[in-house]
Design a protein around this ligand. Structure first.
Ligand SMILES: Nc1ncnc2c1ncn2[C@@H]1O[C@H](COP(=O)(O)OP(=O)(O)OP(=O)(O)O)[C@@H](O)[C@H]1O
Ligand SMILES: [Mg+2]
Length: 595
C-alpha cells in the first residue's frame, strides 16, 4: 500500500525534528562510503597511495569480514594529525572550494576513516619518522571515543579494521560469502597495481599469500602480472590524444574473455566505472568481433578541471566536461591497436596442422595466373604512402601506418572476396569490401570538407517514412547528408523526400542506408560534429561498397588496391575492421622447410 503523506500519519512522521547524534551521522555516511569489505580496502589502499607508500600489504581474514589490515611505508602522520584524521571532514588534501576542481589525490573528502571507524573495531598505528615514537589509536565504534598510546613501528601507517558491521547487523546480513568478498578485494588490489608499476603489493588471506606483486620494470609487465602471462603476447599498446585528452594503455588482440572483468579504466590514476568509457570500449571492440570482451587497461589523462570527481560517495564515478571528446579518444585509440594488419606468421603458427591454412587436404587447386591484367599493375611505380593531411581530426590522430614495401602484383581473387597480391614481403590478402569501404569513406569525408557534394538525381523522388524518434535523428543529420550529396528534405510529419543521392549509392539501397544510419545514431546519442560526419560517411561507405562474393576484373582489383594504399589508413576500415592480412614470405618458406 502506498504510504500516505497527508493527515495525521504525515504529521506524526515529521513533527519532531532532531539533530542526529554524531555516531549515527557517521554510520549513515558509512553506508554510502563503506558498502562491503572491498570498499574498506579501496579507501585504505587509496590513502596509502596518497601518502606516497611504495609497499602496500593487505592482510585479510574471512574475506575481510573478520579482519582487514593495511600496512604501508608512506609518510605516516604526526600525533595530532593522527587524532584529527579520524574526525569527520578532516583532510589534508584540499583546503578550499576551488581545490575541488583540481583534485590530484585519490581522496579529498575526509570521510573514509571516520566512516570506517564508526562501523568496525578500528585501530590506527602511525609513525612519521620525526615524532619521538609511533602512536596507536583505538576508536570505540559506539561512543566514538578514542584511546591512544605510544607504539613502535617504522615510518608508515597500519590500519586494522575488525568485525566490520558488527554494530550494524542489518548491513552485516547483506555481506556475501567470505570467498565472494575476498574475490572483490583481489580485484580492487590488483586493479590499483596497474597504474603503479613501481609499487609492491601483497595480499594475504587467512594466512596464505595470494598476491605478491614485485615492482615491475614496465607497465606491460605489470599488466601481465595482473591479467595473466598468457595475455602478455596478445597485448597491444595504444595511445591517442585528442585535444587535451590522452587515452593510452593496453588491449588484448585476438584474446577475449567471457565478461568485462579484465577491463580496467583509470581517469587520472583513479579506478572508475564509467558509461562513456565502457561504451567507447565496447564500440571499438565490437567492431572487430561480437564474441567476448578483450582485456583493456585504459589510462585516461586530462587536466583535472576537465573532470568532476566529486559525483559519487565512493568516488568510483566521474563526470567529464566534454564526454564526446573522451569517447572519440578512447574509441579511436583502441581501434587503432585492434586494427593494424594481422601478422601472417601468427596465423600460420596458431593453427593446428590438420586445420591449418596450408594443410594439404584443404588446398584448393592453384589459381590460374591471370596474365591479362597483371602487367597493368606492374607498370605502376611504387604507390606513394598515404598523404599526411587526412581529412578528419579523427584520422589525423592516427600514427602513420607501416605499409612496408608497397609494390605488389595482383595475382587473383580468393573466394570472390579477397584480392591476392604478390608483394616483395610475401603474400597479401585484401578484403575487397572493407577496402572499398575505406576508399569511399575517405572520398565522402573529402567531399564534405571541400564543400563539394556530388549528386545523382533520381528519376522519381522517393519517400522515406519513419517513427517520431527516428525522424528527429534524421532531421539532425540533414546537413551532413546534404553535404555528402543527398537531396533530402522533410516532406510532412515523419516523412522525408529524397530526390538525389551520392552517385555510388544505388536507389534500392537508399532506404536500408537511412535505417542503418538512424540505428547507429540512436544507439550512440553523441552529437559531436566530427562523429556525426564520420558516422554518415561510414554508413554510406558500408552501404555503397562492393560486397563480398562478387567477381572483380583484374583492372578493377588493381585500381582498388592502388586507391586503398593512398587512403588515410589502408589497414583498418572506418568501423575498425582489418583490411589487410600479410603472410610473410619467410614464413611460407619455413612452412615448406625451405628455410
Ligand atoms: N595511510 C595513511 N598515511 C598517511 N596519512 C593518512 C593515511 N590515511 C589517512 N591519512 C590522513 O588522514 C586524512 C583522512 O583520511 P580519509 O581517508 O578519512 O580522508 P581523505 O583521504 O582526505 O578523503 P576521502 O574521504 O575522500 O578518502 C587524510 O587526508 C590524510 O591526511
Ligand atoms: Mg581517503
Amino acid at each position: 500500500m502506498p504510504l500516505s503523506l497527508s493527515g495525521e500519519h504525515y504529521n506524526a512522521l515529521v513533527s519532531a525534528i532532531r539533530v542526529l547524534p554524531s555516531d549515527l551521522v557517521n554510520q549513515i555516511a558509512a553506508g554510502e562510503v563503506v558498502e562491503r569489505p572491498a570498499s574498506v580496502v579501496k579507501e585504505l589502499v587509496e590513502n596509502a597511495i596518497d601518502a606516497g607508500a611504495r609497499t602496500i600489504d593487505v592482510i585479510l581474514e574471512n574475506g575481510g569480514k573478520k579482519r582487514i589490515e593495511i600496512r604501508d611505508d608512506g609518510s605516516g602522520m604526526p600525533h595530532d594529525d593522527a587524532l584529527l584524521a579520524i574526525e569527520r571532514h578532516a583532510t589534508s588534501k584540499i583546503r578550499e572550494f576551488d581545490d575541488l576542481t583540481r583534485v590530484r589525490t585519490l581522496g579529498f573528502r575526509g570521510e573514509a576513516l571516520p566512516s570506517i571507524a564508526s562501523v568496525s573495531r578500528f585501530t590506527l598505528t602511525t609513525f612519521d619518522g620525526n615524532s619521538e615514537h609511533a602512536i596507536e589509536i583505538d576508536v570505540d565504534p559506539l561512543t566514538g571515543s578514542r584511546t591512544s598510546r605510544p607504539a613502535a613501528r617504522d615510518r608508515g601507517t597500519t590500519i586494522s579494521v575488525r568485525e566490520l558491521f558488527e554494530n550494524v547487523p542489518a548491513r552485516r546480513k547483506f555481506l556475501r560469502s567470505s570467498e565472494a568478498e575476498f574475490r572483490s578485494i583481489v580485484t580492487v588490489v590488483s586493479s590499483y597495481a596497474l597504474p603503479l608499476r613501481e609499487h609492491a603489493f601483497r595480499l594475504e588471506h587467512n594466512g596464505r599469500i595470494v598476491l605478491d606483486l614485485a615492482p615491475a620494470s614496465s607497465t606491460r609487465e605489470r599488466v601481465a602480472q595482473v591479467i595473466g602471462s598468457e595475455a602478455e603476447e596478445a597485448l597491444a599498446d595504444f595511445e591517442c590524444t585528442i585535444g587535451a585528452v590522452r587515452a593510452s594503455g593496453f588491449v588484448t588482440r585476438g584474446l577475449r574473455f567471457g565478461s568485462r572483468r579484465n577491463q580496467f579504466f583509470f581517469v587520472n590514476g583513479r579506478l572508475v566505472k564509467d558509461r562513456v568509457l565502457t561504451h567507447a570500449a565496447t564500440r571499438a571492440s565490437d567492431a572487430f568481433d561480437f564474441d567476448g570482451h578483450p582485456a583493456i587497461v585504459l589510462f585516461l589523462d586530462l587536466a583535472p578541471e576537465l573532470v568532476d570527481v566529486n559525483v559519487h560517495p565512493a568516488k568510483t564515478e566521474v563526470r567529464f566536461r566534454d564526454s564526446s571528446q573522451v569517447h572519440v579518444a578512447v574509441e579511436q585509440g583502441l581501434r587503432q591497436a585492434l586494427g593494424v594488419a594481422e601478422e601472417g606468421s601468427g596465423l600460420l603458427q596458431s593453427t593446428q596442422p590438420d586445420s591449418s591454412l596450408f594443410a594439404p587436404q584443404r588446398f584448393d587447386p592453384p589459381p590460374q595466373p591471370r596474365t591479362d591484367f597483371t602487367p597493368l599493375f606492374q607498370q605502376r611505380a611504387i604507390v606513394q604512402p598515404p598523404v599526411q593531411s587526412a581529412p578528419a581530426t579523427l584520422v589525423e590522430a592516427e600514427p602513420q601506418p607501416q605499409l612496408g614495401d608497397l609494390q605488389g602484383r595482383v595475382i587473383g581473387q580468393y573466394r570472390l572476396s579477397y584480392i591476392l597480391l604478390d608483394t616483395p614481403g610475401g603474400l597479401r590478402l585484401v578484403d575487397q569490401h572493407v577496402a572499398h569501404e575505406r576508399v569511399l569513406f575517405d572520398r565522402y569525408l573529402a567531399r564534405i570538407e571541400a564543400h563539394a557534394p556530388t549528386t545523382q538525381h533520381l528519376l522519381t523522388p522517393m519517400l522515406y517514412e519513419s517513427g517520431a524518434a527516428e525522424s528527429a535523428v534524421l532531421e539532425s543529420h540533414l546537413d551532413e547528408l546534404r553535404a555528402v550529396g543527398f537531396d533530402i528534405e522533410r516532406f510532412s510529419g515523419n516523412a522525408f523526400a529524397v530526390s538525389g543521392v551520392p552517385p555510388e549509392l544505388v536507389q534500392k539501397d537508399v532506404e536500408s542506408f537511412l535505417r542503418k544510419l538512424i540505428d547507429a545514431s540512436l544507439e550512440e546519442k553523441s552529437s559531436h560534429l566530427v562523429r556525426v560526419r564520420e558516422k554518415v560517411c561510414a554508413s554510406l561507405a558500408c552501404q555503397a561498397a562492393i560486397k563480398v562474393h562478387r567477381p572483380l576484373g583484374g583492372e578493377e582489383m588493381a585500381r582498388l588496391v592502388a586507391e586503398l594504399l593512398q587512403s588515410s589508413n589502408p589497414f583498418a576500415c572506418p568501423h575498425g575492421r582489418p583490411i589487410i592480412v600479410d603472410i610473410k614470405h619467410l614464413d611460407i618458406e619455413r612452412h615448406f622447410h625451405r628455410k
